[in-house]
Unconditional design. Structure first.
Length: 449
């Protein structure tokens, strides 16, 4: 009997709803997109695969925001600044003036996203995953198929915003994309974040800085000891996220492809083992702070830095970053450095290697930033789809800068506004009134040139 193929008949799927805008993915970009679209009066649905909004800052337990300022002023404004300031207000141990590398209370942030999205009038559908995309010959996505406890169902919309992080909707609809380097590989490594509790706050705050940028960090003694083989390098970002609780964005998991479920499954199990070794290593090499530490949580999501990048109407380049370029259609500003993490052969496992990596990051001077053009959000091959978040159209090295949560929030707000404008007209995201989009963004507080 030949079992190589299985024939089946797919019954007509129920249409679960018709919307002006459907947003796929409830991370920072998706939350901002759904909020902005609903705020403009568009009937908006936000589809999220997990049971909470926020993505990296919540389910993945990333312990801190990257800087919100360029050293002189806040750059990521509008919804990004609103969400940031609301979250920061719940951290009494953080100065009111502190806007860079501010810790994240992930449980508080989940509720903030819930409140912001629903207050704008958007509907949220949790535990629902994108299953398929259907489109016409002219690049119009007619509906998407989603799967949840109701089984498979169809969602129709005038405009779709892909905030999946991996450009799933756009790629499955036939949009061109790049993944990794020119050869299609060499993706940045992932990280599995975790939280240690029962930490001695005084010893932690007044002891040696754990970050790899400190040549006296205990992480270098941990590496030299070779007693914790799962700890690969000096990447040890950490923040006090609550009383006796320290969040860690530490270590790397190499050759992980978030578009490959088997790869992610292996990495999550490896990440949990790695988190245990960090707890034990810190207890040994910094016992004053971590001698009685308890591994309280590892991220439900893996901290993935990159997968697909769409080919948009414009590709943001390294030259644009170096020139601090402005654009007539810019919808956000970005000032983060080129935070490209190492391949396995380039581990920063000594203070000297760490310094060399830092110098290669080409950090801006205070007051400097570059624009992100709207055309980076519009896939060339699709008529009614926008992409926001880490999958926008850019060169790989620049993706290391624009992938951060503040930039994703800013791009998401622009995508949501643009989606509402397109849905109110012909549905073509390439043909919206850019002047009106920028006018509305400024009215909502965005910082643009």
């Amino acid at each position: 009997m030949n079992t190589s193929t299985v024939a089946f008949h797919r019954p007509a799927l129920p249409v679960a709803g018709e919307w002006d805008v459907v947003v796929i993915g409830g991370g920072p970009a998706g939350c901002a997109a759904a909020t902005a679209a609903a705020r403009e009066g568009a009937r908006t649905l936000l589809v999220e695969a997990t049971g909470a909004l926020g993505g990296m800052g919540t389910a993945a337990l990333v312990p801190a925001w990257t800087p919100f300022s360029d050293g002189t002023q806040i750059v990521y404004r509008g919804l990004a600044e609103q969400i940031f300031r609301t979250a920061k207000a719940a951290l009494p141990h953080i100065s009111a003036k502190h806007v860079d590398w501010v810790p994240i209370d992930s449980e508080r942030l989940k509720q903030i996203y819930d409140d912001v999205v629903t207050a704008a009038g958007a509907t949220v559908l949790f535990h629902t995953v994108l299953a398929a995309v259907e489109r016409t010959a002219d690049g119009t996505v007619t509906h998407v198929l989603v799967a949840n406890k109701h089984g498979l169902s169809a969602l129709r919309a005038k405009v779709f915003v892909d905030c999946s992080g991996d450009a799933d909707l756009a790629a499955w609809a036939g949009a061109r994309f790049h993944q990794g380097d020119a050869g299609g590989g060499n993706l940045m490594p992932a990280t599995h974040c975790f939280v240690l509790t029962n930490v001695d706050d005084y010893a932690y705050l007044n002891g040696p800085k754990l970050h790899g940028g400190n040549a006296a960090s205990p992480v270098y003694r941990i590496l030299e000891s070779k007693r914790y083989p799962l700890i690969p390098d000096a990447h040890l970002c950490n923040n006090l996220i609550g009383p006796g609780a320290v969040g860690f964005n530490a270590g790397h998991l190499f050759r992980v492809d978030n578009t490959d479920p088997a790869s992610v499954s292996t990495a999550l199990m490896q990440g949990r083992r790695m988190a245990r070794q960090y707890r034990d290593a810190l207890a040994e090499f910094h016992p004053a702070a971590f001698g009685n530490a308890f591994l309280a949580a590892t991220g439900a999501l893996l901290g993935v830095r990159e997968t697909r990048r769409i080919v948009g109407d414009y590709v943001l380049s390294l030259d644009d970053y170096l020139a601090r370029r402005d654009f007539p259609d810019e919808i956000a500003r970005n000032c983060y450095f080129l935070d490209v993490h190492w391949a396995a052969a380039e581990l920063a496992n000594s203070p000297e290697k760490w310094q060399a990596w830092d110098q290669a990051s080409l950090r801006y001077q205070p007051g400097e930033s570059h624009g992100i053009p709207y055309r980076c959000l519009t896939p060339r091959d699709l008529r009614n789809v926008l992409v926001a978040g880490r999958s926008v159209s850019c060169e790989q090295i620049v993706q290391g800068s624009v992938r951060i949560m503040p930039a994703c929030l800013a791009m998401g707000e622009a995508a949501g506004l643009a989606a509402a404008l397109a849905a109110a007209t012909a549905g073509d995201v390439h043909a919206i009134n850019i002047g009106l989009l920028r006018q509305r963004l400024r009215a909502c507080g965005a910082f643009l040139r």
